[in-house]
Design a protein. Structure first.
Lengths: 114, 147
């Protein structure tokens, strides 16, 4: 399944709800474009929902990192929400779990931006 | 557990992402046949995919004149996967550890680390030209449980 991205806003936070696979090619490019578009519009608070993402490869991991660093360089912030076990395991294995602010519930994630 | 006997599948494929998908599909089918459950199969499939992507992208640079060769082989105890490209090869010693503090924010360089994490043995062989990676997994560790 390819990646689909739905965008919504809540209390000043733009939430990208991802569904599918973040892998080399289409998935990674879609995520990159979505984050870059938000940042180019001056969006500062970005929350990436991964609750429906059951597969990420090394390219997808790289894309998450790029989203994080691109945002940081523009004084914006990318945080992660609702990791599935598979994605969480891979983030822990690669120690990327220590890089991101990660939340299990949306309310806490939204509150963290205040 | 159903993994008795032995089997060998050989695929020679063009340097494309469609080939990576085909390798994934063949590997998934084989792991299912071997009675490996989804949770245990997931890291193996991920490692096999990373190896195939490396061959297509970093090895052959999507060159339509070059192909990759993948073999999936098992006996009662062991799964062996080889992925061979026709690229220029690379020096393993120069690959940084992606978990080191100074490398955590790099946008790439995690594929081989993941492969090594998911298989019991990973061997690289430079073929001049080309690279062969050989992945070995003891099936007793994988059947019916994550390892």
């Amino acid at each position: 399944m390819a990646l689909s991205i739905a965008t919504r806003e809540l209390d000043g936070v733009t939430i990208l709800d991802l569904s599918g696979r973040i892998t080399l090619g289409e998935g990674s490019v879609q995520l990159r474009d979505a984050v870059r578009e938000l940042i180019s519009k001056g969006v500062k608070n970005i929350l990436i929902g991964l609750g429906e993402v059951n597969y990420i490869d090394s390219s997808g991991l790289g894309e998450l990192v790029s989203a994080y660093t691109t945002a940081k360089n523009q004084q914006a912030s990318v945080k992660l929400l609702n990791l599935t076990k598979k994605v969480k395991d891979v983030l822990q294995l690669t120690k990327l779990y220590t890089v991101f602010d990660i939340y299990e519930d949306e309310a806490s994630a939204i509150a963290s931006y205040k | 557990m159903t993994h008795t006997g032995s089997e060998r599948i050989r695929l020679q494929l063009p340097s494309s992402m469609e080939s990576v998908a085909q390798v994934e599909a063949e590997a998934e089918k084989l792991l299912h046949t071997l009675g490996i459950d989804e949770d245990a199969a997931f890291p193996l499939l991920m490692g096999i995919r990373e190896a195939a992507v490396n061959a297509v992208l970093h090895g052959n640079s999507y060159d339509p004149a070059k192909s990759i060769v993948v073999t999936l082989e098992h006996d009662a105890e062991t799964l062996v996967v080889t992925v061979t490209d026709q690229g220029e090869g690379f020096n393993l010693d120069t690959l940084p550890d992606p978990r080191e503090e100074e490398n955590l924010l790099l946008g790439s360089g995690r594929g081989i680390f993941l492969i090594r994490s998911f298989f019991d043995e990973v061997h690289f062989r430079q073929l001049h030209p080309g690279t062969e990676v050989r992945l070995v997994k003891k099936l007793a560790d994988s059947a019916g449980q994550a390892s």
